[in-house]
Design a protein around this ligand. Structure first.
Ligand SMILES: [Zn+2]
Length: 66
């Protein structure tokens, strides 16, 4: 039977995948128009504004998209 020759050090155990979980967490910013949380540098999902300018028309039916 193959056996590990040496015991892992505590630091080597700590370097594994789960310890890197927190690093990739995406940040949220607050919409300046409606105050909802949204991804930074994206159009707000709830009001359709970006940088104070209405980009999307939210609340209307989306029949034309498909
Ligand atoms: Zn908004």
């Amino acid at each position: 039977m193959p056996n590990p020759k040496r015991r892992h050090s505590n630091s080597r155990t700590g370097k594994r995948r789960n310890s890197n979980k927190k690093i990739g967490k995406s940040s949220l910013s607050v919409c300046s128009n409606c105050g909802a949380s949204k991804l930074p540098h994206t159009v707000c999902n709830s009001c359709g504004y970006y940088k104070g300018v209405p980009v999307l028309e939210v609340g209307k039916k989306k029949k034309d998209e498909k």
